[in-house]
Design a protein around this ligand. Structure first.
Ligand code: HEC
Ligand code: HEC
Length: 327
């Protein structure tokens, strides 16, 4: 019996070592960077500028922000990265409860500087980071970078973003690599997933389908749908129903209900919705403690067609009453 038990322990130890080897050797799940040929016409660069700035909000994250203006517009030089946050930083943005950030993280320089930015990355390496969450060295990116959302970004839109990124002014700006504490440092390796299929956006004339695409890649769905606190999956019964807490400068903000329920967009008209988006095209001064996390500076530049496609899509989702989710 003793021998048997010893044997069993041995087998289990071997199995555990095997799992560990597999874990360290093969994670994150990844494919080699793919070939992405981009013909950077002025139209494609302009489309990429629109997506990067007004829809996907890359520069809202990858730049310093001016919180004295409503919506906190990004500060020049855009794309050059942001000051680091660490274990002592106050919570900001998506609900992270009371927990401190597990390490040190700097939002990186995504301009074309070859040393401090991504100037010498190949197109394939950039796409793999943006849509699949794997950095140049094959490590998982921290999922504050919303690659799990951008994995739905259509190939044509991805190409436009590449064309624009390549055209941005080069800025030398050192943003050190992250240092993430264990076990989070290992957990982040579990998330990345290759994108192996062609991704095509719905035809914009199908406004409901196109609005759904925009709602996903512009992260409306992410900030306006409550998630299961354990699995972090969207709660399908409360899709677009808002009510989640966000933190900004010591204040709690609650995302609006965007379903057609009367406690949500049901009490708005299409005209009000469009006007709300255009209101802060030129950001106005505001006390930092009265500011908002809604990236109005980005969204105010969205085309009327895109804003109205969002409206059509939100009108098509099931109405759900608003309720505040727990902090
Ligand atoms: C919500 C904030 C946020 C948004 C929006 C965002 N990023 Fe990021 N991004 C990050 C963070 C944080 C990192 C660093 C992650 C890490 O180091 O693990 C990062 C990393 C990257 C990297 C890897 C850089 C490197 O040196 O390793 C690239 C490339 C990148 N982002 C491009 C983009 C592009 C393009 C967009 C828009 C399509 C975008 N990001 C939108 C937060 C964001
Ligand atoms: C980073 C998270 C985030 C993203 C991304 C986001 N929202 Fe919001 N949104 C919020 C929060 C938080 C509020 C509440 C703001 C406040 O109280 O100032 C809000 C408020 C709103 C409001 C109400 C504005 C008002 O006048 O009361 C509308 C409409 C809205 N969001 C629509 C959208 C749409 C459409 C998108 C996608 C294009 C989107 N949001 C993306 C977090 C977000």
């Amino acid at each position: 019996m003793k021998k048997f038990l010893l044997g069993l322990v041995g087998v289990l130890a071997l199995a555990a070592a095997g799992v560990a080897a597999w874990y360290w050797g093969y994670l994150p799940k990844q494919q080699p960077p793919q070939e992405w040929v981009v013909e950077a016409t002025p139209e494609l660069i302009e489309r990429g500028r629109y997506l990067t700035i007004n829809v996907l909000q890359c520069v809202d994250c990858h730049s310093e922000r001016d919180w004295t203006l409503y919506g906190g517009p990004p500060v020049e030089p855009i794309g050059a990265g942001r000051a680091c946050f660490d274990r002592n930083s106050p919570p900001q943005g998506v609900n992270v409860g009371e927990s401190a950030f597990p390490g040190v993280m700097c939002i990186r320089n995504i301009t074309q500087d070859p040393e401090t930015g991504i100037g010498d990355w190949t197109n394939g390496e950039i796409v793999r980071a943006v849509r699949e969450g794997v950095d140049r060295d094959g490590n998982g990116l921290f999922p504050i970078m919303p690659y799990f959302i951008y994995r739905h970004l259509a190939d044509d839109d991805m190409r436009a973003v590449l064309a624009y990124l390549r055209s941005m002014p080069v800025v030398e700006s050192v943003r050190p690599r992250k240092q993430i504490d264990f076990p989070m440092s290992s957990l982040v390796q579990l998330w990345p997933e290759p994108v192996t299929q062609e991704i095509v956006a719905p035809d914009p004339s199908d406004t409901v389908a196109y609005g759904e695409y925009l709602s996903r890649v512009a992260r409306c769905e992410f900030c306006h749908t409550p998630r299961n606190p354990r699995s972090f999956d969207y709660d399908p019964a409360r899709h677009m129903a808002g009510g989640m807490p966000f933190f900004l400068h010591g204040r709690t903000l609650w995302a609006m209900n965007l379903t057609p329920h009367e406690t949500g967009l049901g009490s708005w008209t299409k005209e009000m919705f469009l006007a709300r988006f255009k209101l802060h095209g030129t950001p106005t001064p505001v006390a930092p403690e009265a500011n908002t996390l809604m990236n109005w500076n980005a969204f105010a530049g969205m085309t009327d067609e895109d804003v109205l496609a969002l409206w059509d899509y939100f009108q098509s989702v099931p109405p759900v009453p608003y309720r505040r989710e727990p902090i």
